[in-house]
Design a protein around this ligand. Structure first.
Ligand SMILES: Nc1ncnc2c1ncn2[C@@H]1O[C@H](COP(=O)(O)OP(=O)(O)OP(=O)(O)O)[C@@H](O)[C@H]1O
Length: 262
């Protein structure tokens, strides 16, 4: 198996210094070249799980194995794209994409690589621009190009389009789908949007909350582009909404308990 997440749990200390379980019994297998979304209500531990796979947050128990090797800490075989593009404002677009390549490639090769991926995300004309001259969606495309330029085996994306308006988001879904089909990268993608997950994924991992755990893994066995399969989409959407309903109720109930206890 390309990526195995085995019996992973995570506890954080809460404000009273008591251990609180955020993730429990996470078992997930990801095949090479798969697009897997992690979907669930706010606070169910999606970002924590992705951060554990990235090696940025240590798990409390359990194991992660990528391409036969046990994961310990971060590594360049995993690229990460966050909700905010986090570009260096003093560098141009192409310099931002070249930046992580500076140690392993000559300047000429790094530039060539940067342009390959800028072209893939349709930003070649903006190579010499500064990040502040770009829209939020364009900046996010630069950060996708930067992550891809490292040629990671696994691309981890944490709500990469969460801060964008609906139209830009929709355009970037198309860009990401093109990138996915072209590069055949394995992608683990965190979202709380059912539509986004249905549009992009081969499989959707639906998570529940309190504690965060996997409720179901849904295989989307109908062809891309997904928008054309309206009936299929509605069927899957209803199934996911059914799974999430009681989870969202739990979040609301906790919120109400908190409000009445004040
Ligand atoms: N460093 C930390 N220390 C303590 N608790 C944390 C820490 N990071 C996350 N948590 C807690 O873990 C839980 C899961 O958080 P996480 O950000 O992974 O959820 P999420 O599903 O990604 O939420 P959202 O969709 O709102 O981004 C939350 O209750 C959060 O408060």
């Amino acid at each position: 198996m390309f990526l195995s997440i085995e019996k992973v749990t995570k506890q954080f200390k809460n404000r009273e210094n008591k251990a609180e379980t955020v993730l429990t019994d996470i078992d997930l297998q990801v095949k090479e070249g798969e697009f897997v979304s992690i979907l669930g209500p706010s606070g169910c531990g999606k970002s924590t799980l992705l951060s554990i796979v990235a090696g940025l947050t240590p798990q409390t128990t359990g194991e992660l194995i990528l391409q036969g090797k046990q994961l310990k800490g971060p590594g360049k075989e995993r690229g990460m794209v966050f909700q905010q593009a986090a570009l260096f404002p003093w560098l141009t677009v192409e310099e931002n994409v070249m930046f992580p390549l500076r140690k392993e490639l000559s300047k000429k090769d790094a530039l060539e690589r940067a342009h390959k991926y800028l072209s893939l995300v349709q930003l070649s004309p903006y190579a010499k621009h500064s990040p502040h001259e770009l829209s939020g969606g364009m900046q996010q495309r630069v950060s996708i190009a930067r992550a891809l330029a490292m040629d990671p085996a696994l691309l981890l994306m944490d709500e990469p389009f969460g801060a964008l308006d609906e139209q830009t988001r929709s355009r970037l879904h198309e860009v990401l789908e093109e990138v996915f089909l072209e590069t055949k990268k394995t992608i683990l993608f965190v979202t709380h949007s059912i539509h986004e997950a249905l549009k992009l994924s081969d499989r959707i991992v639906v998570m529940g909350t309190q504690p965060g755990r996997i409720l179901d893994v849904i295989e989307l066995d109908f062809p891309r582009p997904r928008e054309q399969a309206r009936e299929e989409l509605v069927k899957y959407e209803d199934r996911i909404k059914g799974l999430l309903k009681s989870e969202i109720d739990k979040v609301i109930e906790k919120e109400q308990q908190y409000a009445t206890s004040r």
